[in-house]
Design a protein around this ligand. Structure first.
Ligand code: FES
Ligand SMILES: [Fe+2]
Length: 350
């Protein structure tokens, strides 16, 4: 019988930053999250800096996230080993015992940027903050950004496929954001280094209701959608409309209203993921109500994707002898997978 070795291969790239949480999710109380098969817990010190530690007590492996916070330290809830926020043991279960300095916990490099918490997965001495995905609209003047978190029971690459092929909007989102013009407009796919772009320029159409309201006027518009994949797992989708004749082009389009749909799909295990999503926009900047309403609406749209992708994963698991087929619409996702696979070959195994 043939063995399927692909089942045992790592499906994500090591020595990369992965989003572990939103800034608003991390507080003094530890948050446990499995990232790329590693159990990690995160919390803030008094000075608000973030700690990311392996979530297993070095004694008998009880998750440390169940422990009791003592200042910036954490005491294991089983036998009371005290660990400081740098992962070093400070006090043994029997207080008079000499501290065993080998009883330490792995720490992870962690950076707070673009309202998200990024953890370095791989060799900690290779950590490079310059490699964090460039989510510039999430922390630039003239933009406002917010979003949410959805756990999803599928391989993170299925979500990348989904986001790099927006033709799915017509069917998956037929009751929310689907628009038939999308299917009629040709797409262009291109690769730039380790980035993949899928671009669509839709000239001279009636503005869909969301964009008409954002623009605050009726009339014909040019619309664009540019999906940008960045290694190892993020996608930004540049979307918006500008009145016809305003001079907006596929390359440069600051004339109308513009948003960036932000997605980071972090693998938890091979078949479960953490989906961090949001939207940065350059209009109605001070309208907090709009931000809240849009977040709710976006969450509803993504729930439609989650239902489809979890069913797809169950079907993949139930049909181990069937392979995924590639159609023209899959070009963007396939190019992302090609880059991911190439980098996995060159990256250290966890
Ligand atoms: S398991 Fe943590 S102190 Fe024993
Ligand atoms: Fe979708």
């Amino acid at each position: 019988m043939k063995t399927d070795h692909s089942k045992h291969q790592q499906t994500w790239v090591s020595n990369q930053w992965y989003v572990a949480a939103w800034d608003y999710e991390i507080d003094r109380t530890p948050l446990a999250r499995t990232i790329c098969n590693e159990t990690i817990m995160l919390y803030r010190r008094f000075d608000r800096t973030i700690v990311a530690l392996h979530d297993a007590c070095p004694h008998r492996l009880l998750p440390l996230s169940m422990g009791i916070k003592e200042g910036d330290d954490i005491r294991c809830r089983y036998h009371g080993l005290l660990i400081d926020s740098h992962g070093v043991a400070k006090e043994m279960p029997l207080k008079n015992d000499t501290v065993n300095k080998r009883a330490c916990v792995k720490t992870y490099h962690v950076v707070e940027r673009h309202r998200l918490i990024w953890v370095w997965i791989g060799e900690q001495d290779k950590c490079d903050p310059d490699l964090i995905a460039n989510f510039w609209p999430c922390s630039s003047e003239g933009w406002v950004f917010d979003g949410g978190y959805t756990p999803i029971a599928c391989d993170y690459r299925l979500m990348i496929d989904n986001l790099m092929d927006l033709t799915h909007e017509t069917y998956v989102h037929q009751n929310s954001i689907g628009q038939s013009e999308l299917m009629e407009t040709p797409i262009n796919t291109r690769v730039e280094g380790n980035q993949v772009f899928v671009e669509r320029w839709i000239p001279d159409i009636k503005a869909p209701p969301f964009w008409r309201d954002a623009l605050k006027q009726d009339g014909k518009v040019d619309r664009w959608q540019i999906c940008q994949f960045q290694i190892p797992n993020t996608i930004m989708i540049d979307v918006g409309v500008a009145p016809v004749g305003s001079g907006a082009t596929l390359q440069k389009h600051d004339q109308g209203v513009r948003g960036f749909v932000i997605d980071a799909i972090t693998p938890a295990t091979k078949t479960t993921s953490h989906y961090f999503w949001g939207m940065a926009r350059n209009f109605d900047l001070d309208d907090a109500g709009f931000t809240a309403r849009f977040r709710k609406q976006q969450s509803g749209v993504f729930d439609e994707d989650v239902a489809v992708l979890e069913a797809q994963q169950r079907s993949i698991d139930a049909n181990p002898n069937m392979k995924l087929k590639v159609f023209n619409i899959d070009e963007g996702g396939m190019k992302c997978r090609f880059i991911i696979n190439k980098m996995i070959e060159g990256s250290p195994k966890q």
